[in-house]
Design a protein around this ligand. Sequence first.
Ligand code: FAD
Ligand code: NAP
Length: 553
Amino acid sequence: MSASQSTGGRDNKGPSAQQPELDALIVGAGFSGLYMLYRARDVLGLRARVYETADGVGGTWYWNRYPGARCDSESFYYSFSFSEELEQEWQWTSKYPAQPEILRYLEHVADRFELRPDIQLETRVTRATFDEDSHCWEVRSERAGRVEIIRARFLITAVGCLSAANIPKINGLESFRGDWYHTGGWPEEGVDFSRKRVGLIGTGSTGIQATPVIAAQADQLTVFQRTANFSVPARNAPLVPEEVREIKANYREIRRMARESFGGFPYQGVERSALEVDEAERQAIYEKVWADGGFKFMWGSFNDLLINQEANDTAADFVRGKIREVVKDPRVAALLSPNDHPFGSKRPPIDTDYFETFNRDNVLLVDIKSSPIVEITQTGLRTESAEYELDAIVFATGFDAMTGSLLKMDIRGAHGQRLEDKWEAGPKSYLGLQVAGFPNLFTITGPGSPSVLSNMPVSIEQHVEWISDFIAYLAAKGLTRVEATVEAEEAWVDHVRDVASLTLFPKANSWYLGANIPGKKRVFMPYVGGVLPYRERCDEIARNSYEGFALAP
Ligand code: FAD
Ligand code: NAP
């Protein structure tokens, strides 16, 4: 397929106004953007380009270089499946590789598939406007202080669900004389915390990964905790040659299992309730999955932890028991024990020696729920009840998840409607992939898709492949405009909400709901219906000539 066929416009089938320079402009060069470029350019033959703010590829793995950063999906399935050659030639060194290794992998993907010539780095998209006459997006970007405008038939966002850093507005930050960092924008050269008194705010997955590593280097680490979090040991270990051989020999089956699973993990789900076994058996099962480590604690124990409060309480009690076993000071153990949300209703971190770290003499836990932060001073941080002298502050305070980076782009759809206005009461999208009123815009891992509730590369590949198949379909039919209908979008939004309401997820003040961002509307954003049912629904829609979309020449 040639580019001109693909856009339809040059064959005089489409609108006659100014033609686009690109068939597809892709924003973001992480897992999503790299694969989207490969599919658009090398499989569909489109004129495609990626714009990326950073000065390198990798997305999450470019930005998150904080101490202890690593994945929590195992490497052999936290990776692309689309190329068997890539699978066979790449060597993962451990179950949960650290950030530099994952970044190297994504850089290798960019090199191996010769993607770099079509990736424009240090380029931030600052506005995108749909032109109703030409059925194109006019995209404004900034690079080195210069503004560029380019026109593309399709705008495909690959901007990440967890890429807009949340730096809380705390009085006095600008007066702080020490250094401060957000974990999602960590300096490339690293940070040396030796001989420093460090304050770390936030105990999500990031804070939990960073705490033990910073504690081992700094003179003193003070962890400011607003909400105690459940965490399960990762049990990271090197991959030995026999394991690597076995994985490589079984990749097709591993990928099939991941695709056909609920969460994108290549594990057989269990079919038993936590309430159907007696106490002794339940404890034995929890001990086993705790010893195995990682997400198996959730997927490999019982099938009702996320839908039945009583079942969930058994898991929560078990984890709290483990915290009491590990943490020597009972007061600290109590403070570290979550008691205000069900286990798994916030994304459960997996850790290496997190709770153990609070037994160190140089680590202090401060409860900022009972005594909130008042201000940052020139020399540290003050809560309602005490002042802490600090040389450095680490914000492990997460992200404006799922919608943050999309809204920052100032997207304006048909009739000048701004995405920000459309989503004032919370994001609305059909399948998480298209927004009514925003023709020719595709959002990889958008709100309403399973994305963040899954092992993400599995969802990303599915989104990218579905979008590229759709674009190929449009090209084959000579169509230049596609838009989700309001009815289809409303029905999907209702479905996403209804499925979430059957689970315990809405019981937590989590970023899934936008609860971490002051003023953000509380809407449960990801689709919790499962990776396989979602894929089946997307495929069914495609088979039914893309029902729910309005198509035009
Ligand atoms: P990203 O990797 O976030 O890439 C988006 C890119 O878009 C960024 O590079 C950004 O600079 C760019 N961008 C955004 N806005 C603009 C703009 N306006 N103009 C130009 N460029 C723009 N998921 C898992 O499944 N398993 C894990 O183990 C796991 N570990 C994680 C660990 C950390 C520390 C974090 C933060 C997330 C983790 N995730 C994990 C989620 C992770 O984000 C995804 O797995 C995946 O990397 C997302 O890829 P992406 O390409 O969709 O987005
Ligand atoms: P997060 O889960 O949102 O955690 C942020 C932490 O900062 C929470 O403890 C939060 O407290 C606290 N916080 C936020 N704003 C605050 C404020 N104004 N004052 C005080 N405390 C504040 O963010 P994250 O840890 O960066 O993780 C985000 C997601 O990225 C994860 O859920 C996961 O999907 C992914 N991730 C994965 C890994 C991995 O292991 N592979 C590692 C890192 C991140 P509250 O809970 O009270 O809001």
